[in-house]
Ligand binder design. Structure first.
Ligand SMILES: [Zn+2]
Length: 250
């Protein structure tokens, strides 16, 4: 963990402000939820990667157990996109930033898993703002699951998960594949979630969203975890491969 007084914060994009906010949170001199929201907004502007995120995470992991359940949920929602963005600009192993990022994730995983499987959290999100459940779920995915999938689902959120982008090696591509008519994707059948197992992210993600009453992100999950069959050449591959090819070529 790099101390908040270290000169390194001055060299990080958004670092000076992030260290200031983190200091106030740890000292208990700032209103928790507005400060977490401001921190998250600064570190996840338009799904960009800010290197201050890596340095913030160990401090957030230290703060996390002191927060109330509502504040912990706010923390995950606020930091969801900032953490997911690392998948698109992966940190280099061996660097200080990579070590900080991994240390933060290691600290956040156990309380994140407890939060995700807590029926009181499900009830809180079911009664909250509609998008909060999906943003929390993507934060959980970024911390506990495949971070690239969390980034991808954030990326697809611009259409509220009504449209999917896809590209096949043969040259066939579709920028706005309507989810309601996506017959070229064989959907994955969602298996029931027992509310505790976190072994399969497609299962817990779907089950969690069901429990919090989400009707925007959940319906698209069978498609994004499904298998694409190219309408032009018949080649089969996971939808995620179609999306990654589209993102690389766009
Ligand atoms: Zn094809």
């Amino acid at each position: 963990m790099v101390e908040l007084s270290s000169p390194v914060w001055q060299t990080l994009s958004e670092g000076r402000e992030a260290a200031h906010r983190m200091q106030a949170l740890l000292e208990g001199t700032a209103a928790v939820q507005p400060t977490l929201e401001a921190l998250g907004a600064e570190l996840s502007h338009q799904l960009s990667w800010y290197d201050a995120t890596a340095y913030v995470l160990p401090h957030l992991a230290k703060l996390f157990p002191r927060l109330s359940m509502e504040e912990q949920v706010c923390c995950v929602v606020s930091m969801s996109a900032a953490i997911a963005a690392e998948a698109a600009w992966p940190l280099t192993p061996g660097t200080e930033a990579h070590r900080e990022f991994q240390e933060g994730l290691t600290g956040l995983r156990p309380p994140m898993a407890a939060l995700l499987t807590d029926p009181a959290v499900h009830a809180l999100l079911r009664g909250g703002a509609a998008e909060e459940g999906s943003m929390f779920a993507l934060g959980a995915l970024a911390i506990l699951g495949d971070r690239r999938h969390a980034y991808d689902l954030w990326w697809l959120s611009s259409s509220l998960w009504e449209m999917l982008s896809a590209a096949c090696v043969c040259g066939w591509e579709e920028e706005e594949l309507d989810c309601a008519e996506a017959s070229c994707i064989q959907p994955a059948a969602p298996a029931p979630w027992d509310g505790t197992s976190l072994e399969r992210e497609d299962v817990w993600l779907h089950g969690f969203l069901e429990r919090v009453g989400d009707e925007t992100l959940r319906p698209v999950l069978p498609l994004v975890y499904g298998m694409g069959v190219c309408p032009a050449c018949g080649r089969r591959e996971p939808y995620w491969s179609w999306l990654h090819r589209w993102q690389e070529e766009a």
